[in-house]
Design a protein around this ligand. Structure first.
Ligand code: TMP
Ligand code: ASP
Length: 239
């Protein structure tokens, strides 16, 4: 499958049309941004790792019965995916306190929750992706009540699968962000990516951060952390 015209360039990926109107090619870049694009940089080799990691994890989720956009890896950076209409919500699942949760509620990072939390943000760069509740999402017509219920159930199912897998790798899945999309028939499936850009991954033994927080917080060793967490995945993934 060949890349045709570029349809979109985002912060970390480019999207191309293909000869099949139902399929797109996503191409992962090494560009990194944080704080809604205010901080910019490059994480060398990130695109390759995020592409491969996201594909491996999505394949695993498919096997577990969670539908995703993943079709086939085409190269180091390029993947064929199903074309969807993105639901303009960022769906965040948290197992431990960190990041904006800790800031918002004034609690330290690393508190382990009894139950995971699910949060929605309205995907809107101009507004800075504000937190939104389900009533407001319904009022804005971002999704239907049924879609929100499906999205929540999938997000929690993804958390169960991925938490168990990362645990085998000696990595704690602290939190992550998902995006969902609609197929032409209205079916909701998991889209976008699952990578160290979109997850917090802490070494279970040492607590070392193995994700994009190293870039966001200028902790150094960003490339090494991405490589390390990918190696852990490859060492424990039977596929
Ligand atoms: P937060 O604590 O900053 O709200 O982030 C929660 C999770 O969502 C974390 O794993 C990082 C991920 N995330 C994204 O993937 N994209 C974003 O734009 C933001 C703000 C967070
Ligand atoms: N991707 C987001 C941005 O640029 C933020 C983040 O991942 O922290 O701005």
């Amino acid at each position: 499958m060949e890349k045709l015209q570029q349809l979109y360039e985002g912060k970390a990926k480019k999207v191309y049309a293909t000869e099949d109107p139902g399929l797109l090619i996503v191409s992962y870049k090494d560009d990194a941004t944080a704080f809604n694009g205010v901080k910019r940089g490059t994480i060398s080799g990130k695109g390759v790792i995020n592409n491969r990691m996201s594909n491996r994890l999505m394949a695993k989720l498919e096997k577990a019965g969670i539908p995703t956009h993943f079709v086939r890896e085409l190269s180091d950076r390029d993947t064929l995916v199903k074309k969807v209409e993105i639901v303009p919500l960022e769906v965040i699942v948290r197992n431990l306190s960190a990041g904006s949760f800790s800031k918002r509620y004034g609690v330290e990072e690393g508190i382990c929750f009894e139950e995971p939390t699910v949060e929605f943000s309205y995907k809107n760069d101009d507004l800075g992706d504000p937190l939104i509740n389900t009533d407001s999402a319904l009022a804005l017509g971002l999704a239907t009540r049924k879609e929100l219920a499906v999205i929540r159930a999938y997000a929690l199912a993804v958390n169960l699968e991925l938490s168990a897998f990362w645990e085998k790798c000696g990595v704690t899945l602290v939190d992550f962000k998902l995006e969902f999309g609609r197929l032409p028939d209205g079916t909701v499936i998991l889209a976008d990516e699952i990578s160290p850009d979109t997850c917090r991954l802490w070494d279970t033994e040492t607590g070392k951060k193995l994700d994009k927080d190293r870039f966001r917080r200028d902790l150094g060793g960003v490339e090494d952390a991405y490589q390390e967490v990918m190696q852990r995945l490859e060492a424990h993934d039977e596929a």
